[in-house]
Every structure is written in structure tokens, then in C-alpha cells.
Design a protein around this ligand. Structure first.
Ligand code: PLP
Length: 361
């Protein structure tokens, strides 16, 4: 079986060493030394002033919305994982969908202004597949209308734009360190901001609002992460550049093998350093997608309709986004993970080309 993704596992002896130290200290969670060390190393690696390690990328989005005090309508993308929208609804706000750019698949800034009403408080956009949003155009609109900007950077670890981390854009950026992400801590995530006041707010919100043992500032939640999760992050981070190189060569290998496959690829825009976190292909029709997916499955190969359905199509959402609706019907992510072999990639390419050349078999 070739799954669509597999978590990267570091050297087990290194992880065991961290676990032995946790046993020795008997300090398992609550802002322990490994959480602090991971935060420091992540800031150093990503070249950031502030970052908080939290329990996952979903709660990171919820903390961001809460810390900014958002209410009313939040303009967002229909083309993302469900957590982008559900976090908005969970925080009592209304998602208002703006369609995506047909080439980059990120929110179309030219369509944002028409969706702004007197109830709009923010824009929440996703750097989908690690493709940077049109950050400058979005900021211009936000400044003009007094809106906050949150970026869901769940896929964007390590991405740089115009000489700085993609996480520096917007009021708050979030990331996911889920086991299937290119950098992971089993479960985990982060909130990133340049604003020390927002940072302090999110640090309080992360820990029940505790401001010392006996004082609470506002209503908080438990968004902390544990020493065990931080230990995994500390094992994976030093290997990140090796993971990245491997992904890059697998990505290029797919591009070569699939040169005759009639599919489109999302454009990466102006990204300086891409992270190759997914390999999405856009078929010419949903019929070809479904027969390709079936043929892969019959050969023990996983693939994922990432993203389907569009987030404007959920039971609890609405909004017309024809470009996203169309892409959602035609996009498929192929297997991509550290241990995926060249021969396996060749087999995947052969199956896809066979379906293209013999659509009725
Ligand atoms: C775009 C996007 N946002 C948010 C999340 C949520 O992250 P987590 O699984 O860490 O809660 C994911 C997870 O896959 C995601 O892909």
C-alpha cells in the first residue's frame, strides 16, 4: 500500500533520549523546558521575533480570532481545509467566501472589496499548499477598510517571500505541526505575530487566562502543548532541510514523469523558497479525476481530494465561488512523503497515463 502521506519519523534513539530526560525531570506539560527550547529553535530557524507553540493548528486559528476580538463577518477562502472555516464559526463569526485565483488557488484580492460590509472585521486567508497569498494586495485592502488579517499558514512552514518568513505577514499567522505536515510535533501548531501585545494576549488565552497562579485575565482555554510533543518537534527540526531536499527531488521527479499527463499545476507565484508540502494535480474533468483515483486505489495507492468539497459547500455555509467549486471537482493530491521511492512514483505515473490513454478500461 502506498498511502497519500506518511509522518516523518526521526531517529528513535534521539527521541528516547528526550523521553529519558522528561522522566528524569518529571515535568510533562505546562510550559516545560522542551516547549521553551522548541519555541526558541523555531524562532531561530524561521527568523521570527515571536512564536507560541500550541496544541494544534485549529486552536491556533481560534486563538488568533479570539485575541483580535473579531466579531461579525470574516472574509475567507473557500479553498482550504475545513478548520479554516470551522474556526470562524466556532468563534461565533460568519465566514463570507471570496473566490480564489484560478492559477494560484489562493483568495483573489480583487474580489475582496465587493464582499466587505459594515459587519466585516477581518480577512482570514490560507497559503494553500504553501503557495503564498497576495499578501501585499490583501494588506492594502485591510488598511483601507480597517480590517485585521489572519493567515492560515498550516501548509506554509519554511516559506519565505521578499526576504522574510511568510509568517511575518498579517496581524497573526498560524501553522499546523500535525503529524502529516512537512514539519511536525505529532500534534501541534503555532501562532505568530510581530505585535507584543497580541503575543501576551495569546499567551494568556493559551493557558486558561492564568496570569500567575491565582489571577485570571479574561476567558482562556487550554491550548498548551506537552513536553512529549515538543520533543518530537526538536527531533524533526534539525532534519528539516534534509526532508525539504528529498521533497524537492520527489516533486521534480513527478513533474518529469507526468510531463505527458494532461493536467495543470497550481502556480507558485513569487515564492522564494517553496516547501513542496503537497503534490496537487488538476485534471481536465472530474470524470478523469474519479477514474484516475479508482485506478490508483485498485493498485493499492492512496490519493486525496484535498480539497473537496469547497468550504462554501458545507452544511453550515453558503456563497457562490465558481472557480473554487470547479477546482474542487478536479484537484487531487498524489502521494508525497519522505520515504516515497522513485519506483513507486514511476508506478503512479504509469497508472495515471494509462487511464488518460485508455479512459474506458
Ligand atoms: C489549511 C489548514 N488549516 C488548519 C488545519 C488544522 O491543523 P491541525 O490539524 O493541526 O488542527 C489544517 C490541517 O490539516 C489545514 O490543512
Amino acid at each position: 500500500m502506498i498511502p497519500v502521506t506518511k509522518p516523518y519519523l526521526p531517529n528513535p534513539d534521539l527521541y528516547k533520549k528526550y523521553i529519558d530526560d522528561i522522566w528524569e525531570r518529571n515535568w510533562l506539560t505546562n510550559n516545560g523546558p522542551l516547549v521553551n527550547e522548541l519555541e526558541l529553535k523555531l524562532k531561530e530557524y524561521l527568523d521570527l521575533d515571536h512564536l507560541l507553540f500550541v496544541s494544534n493548528g485549529t486552536i491556533a486559528l481560534q486563538l488568533a480570532i479570539k485575541a483580535l476580538g473579531l466579531t461579525g463577518e470574516i472574509i475567507t477562502t473557500p479553498f482550504s481545509y475545513v478548520a479554516t472555516t470551522s474556526s470562524i464559526v466556532w468563534e461565533g463569526c460568519t465566514p463570507v467566501f471570496v473566490d480564489i485565483l484560478s492559477e494560484k488557488l489562493t483568495i483573489d484580492p480583487k474580489k475582496i472589496e465587493a464582499a466587505i460590509t459594515s459587519d466585516t472585521t477581518a480577512i482570514l486567508a490560507t497559503h494553500v499548499y504553501g503557495i503564498p497569498c497576495e499578501v501585499e494586495a490583501i494588506q492594502k485592502i485591510a488598511n483601507k477598510h480597517g480590517l485585521k488579517v489572519i493567515y492560515d499558514g498550516a501548509h506554509a512552514f519554511g516559506i519565505r517571500v521578499k526576504g522574510k518568513s511568510i509568517f511575518e505577514y498579517g496581524d497573526i499567522s498560524t501553522c499546523s505541526f500535525h503529524a502529516t505536515k512537512i514539519f511536525h510535533s505529532i500534534e501541534g501548531g503555532a501562532v505568530i505575530t510581530k505585535n507584543p501585545e497580541l503575543l501576551r494576549k495569546m499567551a494568556l488565552l493559551r493557558n486558561f487566562g492564568h496570569d500567575g497562579f491565582d489571577k485570571y485575565t479574561g476567558v482562556g482555554i487550554n491550548a498548551k502543548n506537552s513536553e512529549f510533543h515538543a520533543a518530537m518537534g526538536l527531533c524533526v527540526l534539525p532534519e528539516f532541510n534534509i526532508i525539504l531536499q528529498k521533497r524537492k527531488s520527489q516533486y521534480e521527479q513527478y513533474k518529469t514523469l507526468l510531463i505527458h499527463l494532461k493536467v495543470d499545476y497550481p502556480s507558485l507565484g513569487t515564492v522564494e523558497s517553496y516547501n513542496f508540502s503537497y503534490f496537487p494535480i488538476i485534471f481536465q474533468s472530474s470524470e478523469v479525476l474519479l477514474s484516475s483515483m479508482k485506478a490508483l486505489e485498485e493498485n493499492g495507492i492512496g490519493s486525496r481530494r484535498y480539497f473537496y468539497p469547497g468550504l462554501n459547500q458545507l452544511d453550515y455555509t453558503s456563497g457562490a465561488c465558481p472557480i473554487s467549486d470547479d477546482i474542487c471537482l478536479r484537484v487531487l493530491c498524489l502521494p508525497l512523503y519522505h520515504k516515497l521511492g522513485e519506483e513507486e512514483q514511476r508506478m503512479i505515473a504509469r497508472i495515471l497515463l494509462r487511464v488518460q490513454n485508455n479512459p474506458n478500461t
